[in-house]
Design a protein around this ligand. Sequence first.
Ligand code: ZN
Length: 306
Amino acid sequence: MVRNFLFHRVNPERDKLWDPMDVALFERCIQYISKKYTVVLIEDIAFSDERFTKNKYATIMFDDGYKDNIQYAAPILKKYNCKASFYVVTDCIDNNIPTWTHVLDYSFQHTNVSEIDLSFDFLPDEFKVNNIPTAEKRIAYGSRLKPYLKKITHEKRGLVLDQIARSYNDIKVPELMMNWDDIKELSAAGHYIGSHTVTHCMLGTMSDETEIKHELLNSANRIQEKLGYFPLTISYPIGSYNDTTKRLSKELGYKIGLAVNQNIYDPAIEDLFEISRIELYNEPWWKTRLRISNALENIKSLIKYK
Ligand SMILES: [Zn+2]
């Protein structure tokens, strides 16, 4: 059994819409995890029988490739002698632009433009607008829109995102990503670098196989170009995948596919292309500790509270 712990941003600065994990909480997590489990890389144990050892192993993973990973998280990993895996979105790294979910949050939070024509036929009435007059209303709208956008097809999502980018043209998105030198430094320190696609697309919502292949292959090729190896691992953005995703990932040369479903990875029942991960958030320590021991999800399913 392997507990795969997933982190994103680790930062002392707070964010109203998508709060990074606080640095002190991150340190507490790593201290606790490294004391309780043997911390390994999934890339080192995925193919060995060691992964079957009961309740002993943990991995530390980061999705997206934020600069704060090397700034704040890496020194703490070093302090506790832990190696981690970092799954990067290659277009975000190449252009120093955060993922579309982050840009979406940021746009609604920072634009001063009130006119926006979101009148697409496919949008439910509650999302059809042509003007959102105040900052407060834009933030509220953005936080309702994001979960909806995660459920629709890739094509429809693209139309909405393009329209938002065109309308909120007063936004300059913040430069928050690592560059390839940062990534090389992590790799040289013994951490693993894998793929998180080219554009952070939701693979399980895409139907065009050429487009899926582009996301899977071009991100891997870019990593190969920069680091000299074809990555073993694809981490599916927003945990979105289906049978086509798994098949194409395998065909194109990946060996491991990472999901996000808040469970301990049990090699006896999960295949290598849907490995479970437990995401940790910026929450009070007691909640985080329960997530680490995986008790919070069990309690939730028992009392059906969500
Ligand atoms: Zn991601």
